[in-house]
Design a protein around this ligand. Structure first.
Ligand SMILES: O=P(O)(O)O[C@H]1O[C@H](CO)[C@@H](O)[C@H]1O
Ligand SMILES: Nc1nc2[nH]cnc2c(=O)[nH]1
Length: 290
């Protein structure tokens, strides 16, 4: 790579110092000092209703912070207490398909790291690839397949975040997964909580039939347009990660099937089923040792 290209790549990314400034700006506005961060996916932001002693900052009031442009993503940072634990919730995320660079898309995660977050929960709405999954089921993420074509770790590596070549074979913490599945059993959710593999294509279109068939053959259980970039940088900077998908629709596996995937269905399922996601996440937070 020539020096010129190197500089351009560097300029396109967001520097450690810029992120430090954003983290300092946020911390100056709130009293809460959480170690747990939770990203709420499409239609899953109602978890914020369970947070007590809230301190709220809209993304558009944070200089340099990316702003959500998608329905179902309120675009607010919510600090407060959930089950007696200090937390920060991202009520909505940003996605690469909105036009943000991969580095800008994950800026909130790196900001959380510099604010002192050690454990990150990521949630999302996803299409069910696994034929045994029903709409409204939940999936604890055990691994992912990055088919997005993007990776926020591309570019000059800043060792203050993490190493050039981070391992990703144990991205989703096995103890947290076990704990979540145990809680699901205790709560009587075992029939509709699975463990599986999440994949991401960049979107914003929903998948073609052939793409869905390929994902199925590849061992993918649920697919979406988010989460993986966040997990890549969270692991890069040594956070513990737990991920959960709400299956908001079944993907279309038959050519010329009349029904099609749509965001309204995604939000509608979120509306109907997110209470279970909230209950499970809340219980997991309660049992978490931080
Ligand atoms: O992954 P989250 O943000 O939950 O949203 C999912 O739902 C939207 C499509 O309906 C896409 O943004 C997809 O990624
Ligand atoms: N890519 C993708 N994202 C989703 N988000 C919610 N449902 C889906 C889906 O079927 N496909």
């Amino acid at each position: 790579m020539s020096d010129d290209k190197h500089t351009v790549q560097n300029m396109e990314s967001v520097t450690f110092e810029e992120i430090q400034q954003i983290a300092d700006h946020i911390l100056a506005k709130v009293k809460c000092r959480p170690k747990l961060g939770i990203i709420c996916g499409s239609g899953l932001g109602k978890l914020a209703d369970m947070v007590e002693d809230k301190e709220v900052i809209p993304y558009n009031e944070i200089p340099g912070f990316p702003v959500s442009t998608v329905p179902g993503h309120a675009g607010k940072l919510i600090f407060g207490t959930l089950k007696d634990k200090s937390v920060v919730l991202m009520q909505g995320r940003v996605h690469c398909y909105e036009g943000y660079s991969p580095q800008k898309t994950v800026l909130p995660v790196r900001t959380m790291k510099l604010m002192g977050i050690k454990i990150l929960f990521v949630t999302n709405a996803a299409g069910g690839i696994n034929r045994n999954y029903s709409v409204g089921d939940m999936m604890v993420i055990k691994d992912h397949l990055n088919l997005s074509g993007v990776n926020p770790l591309v570019g000059v590596n800043d060792e203050r975040f993490g190493p050039r070549f981070p391992p990703m074979s144990r991205a989703y913490d096995s103890e947290l997964r076990k704990l979540a599945l145990g809680i699901a059993k205790e709560m009587g959710f075992a029939d509709f909580v699975h463990e599986g593999v999440y994949s991401m294509m960049i979107g914003p279109n929903f998948e073609t039939v052939t793409e869905c068939r390929l994902l199925s053959m590849a061992g993918v259980d649920a697919t979406g347009m988010s989460t993986i970039p966040e997990v890549l940088v969270a692991k890069h900077c040594d956070m513990k990660v737990f991920g959960m998908s709400l299956i908001t629709n079944k993907v279309i596996m038959e050519y010329d099937q009349e029904t099609t995937a749509n965001h309204e269905e995604v939000l509608e399922t979120g509306e109907k089923r997110s209470k279970y996601t909230q209950q499970l996440i809340a219980e997991l937070v309660k049992k978490l040792v931080i």
